[in-house]
Design a protein around this ligand. Structure first.
Ligand code: HOZ
Length: 431
């Protein structure tokens, strides 16, 4: 049978660089032809050949309810009829901001934007403007969108294609970006000893989803907090992936269980809070947020910021995931998936480890869970690619790269999870 995906890919490559509008989608890391999606419902999507896949990326996180949730569809349809974009404020923006603040009490004010990149970039500008300092700390393998100053030793597509620092970024733009090893307490202490007075912020993915799935250890997070407080630097949590995904209160609520009173100073969010529409946000303490224009001197703006259809989608999604028991059920499913995969790999003697929190997971063809990017790099990429294609041929769609996390939605059934584990059992046997 003719592969209609291939025909579309060939056509796309003539007009779109690499045939895709975001690099990892090109399947370059795993080889083969990307699937061109025609439609999706619940836990599944269908490609151009009309093959059905169990979807474990969910648009890289946002589709926490599954595709085409009726409550969300209705809210979006109603909003679309009322108007696509006004370039003037709406009540829905206030409603979404109030919801975000309720769910994430470390934020006293938020600004809505259109993408995670925009939110992360703006939060850095704000941190520098509010502190009057230049230097920022980020960690190797964390990805905070594609703003110049943050494209140094980054994860996700940059790691996948072996260019962790992008071409086109002038050295002077990144000279104030200090890149440290994730979970390395000594390096962090040393950086603050050397530069404590110059550091505007420490930006971190608390549960990194762009070098697959790696958690910041509790002592490391406690140290980040302590050093930022002591040196009057801001601790910025990039929760674009983990926000309202690992828990209703995001990753910060997970760390609060082990570190009493723990809070970041600023939080960057995206993905789930827009429910699949282009919507993101950054927020923090009032005194910091009031440095933003039009109140303060730090400029930031956007024609589609707080878009009325996107906010309707975000509000409906957040309302649905706020229902009692939602995260308990989601976590159980995600755990059943990771435990099933680990047990199956063990049966077949394949070195394998997996971790998850809420509806986000990662797995490695490594015997132990890695703690930082160099350890993630030790994963067996050939074996991963064979596993990936084996699963794909059985109708299971994981992220097409070693460095990405996976996502389970409320629409996945126990049977979807079992079918996935059974498929993995077949694939592990053949590896
Ligand atoms: N860099 C994104 C995942 N970490 C990929 C987004 C996309 O291709 O949609």
């Amino acid at each position: 049978m003719k592969d209609l995906n291939q025909g579309l890919f060939d056509r796309a490559k003539k007009v779109i660089p690499g045939g895709v509008n975001s690099p990892v989608r090109a399947f370059k890391a795993v080889g083969g032809c990307p699937k061109f999606i025609t439609h999706a419902k619940g836990a599944y999507f269908w490609d151009a050949n009309d093959q059905r896949f169990i979807d474990f990326i969910g648009s890289w996180g946002p589709m926490i309810l599954g595709h085409g949730d009726e409550r969300v569809l209705q809210a979006v349809q109603k909003a679309a009829l009322e108007g696509f974009s006004f370039g003037a404020p709406t009540e829905r923006e206030i409603e979404l901001a109030e919801m975000l603040i309720r769910l994430t009490p470390s934020m006293e004010m938020v600004r809505l934007v259109s993408s995670g990149t925009e939110a992360a970039m703006s939060s850095i500008r704000l941190a520098r403007g509010a502190t009057g300092r230049q230097k920022i700390i980020k960690f190797e393998g964390c990805y905070h969108g594609h703003a110049d100053a943050l494209l140094v030793k980054a994860g996700s597509g940059l790691a996948t294609f072996g260019n962790p620092t992008s071409a086109g970024v002038p050295p002077e733009v990144v000279k104030d970006t200090l890149v440290l090893e994730y979970n390395n307490l000594e390096q962090l202490k040393e950086a603050f000893e050397l530069h404590g007075q110059e550091i505007a912020c420490v930006m971190i993915e608390p549960i990194a989803g762009n070098m697959n799935f790696v958690r910041a250890s509790v002592p490391f997070m406690a140290l980040c907090r302590e050093l930022c407080t002591r040196h009057h630097a801001l601790l910025v949590f990039d929760e674009v992936m983990s926000g309202c995904r690992v828990a209703l209160g995001s990753a910060q609520s997970v760390y609060q269980k082990s570190i009493p009173g723990f809070e970041p100073d600023m939080t960057v969010m995206g993905k789930v809070i827009g429910g699949g529409m282009p919507l993101a946000a950054f927020g923090g303490k009032r005194a910091v947020m009031e440095q933003l224009a039009p109140l303060g001197p730090v400029y930031q703006a956007g024609t589609l910021s707080g878009n009325p259809v996107a906010t309707a989608c975000g509000i409906a999604t957040l309302s649905a995931i706020s229902q009692p028991g939602f995260f308990e059920a989601l976590s159980q499913k995600t755990q059943a998936l990771t435990q099933g995969l680990v047990q199956s790999a063990k049966r077949h003697g394949i070195p394998f480890s997996a971790d998850c929190e809420g509806g986000m997971f990662g797995f490695f063809l490594l015997p132990e869970l890695p703690q930082n990017y160099p350890q993630v790099m030790k994963s067996n990429s050939d074996q991963f690619n064979r596993f990936y294609h084996g699963m794909l041929s059985q109708g299971v769609y994981f992220a097409p790269a070693l460095y990405e996390a996976g996502f389970v939605s409320a629409a996945h059934t126990a049977k979807d999870i079992q079918d996935t584990v059974d498929a993995a059992d077949q694939v592990f046997k053949s590896l």
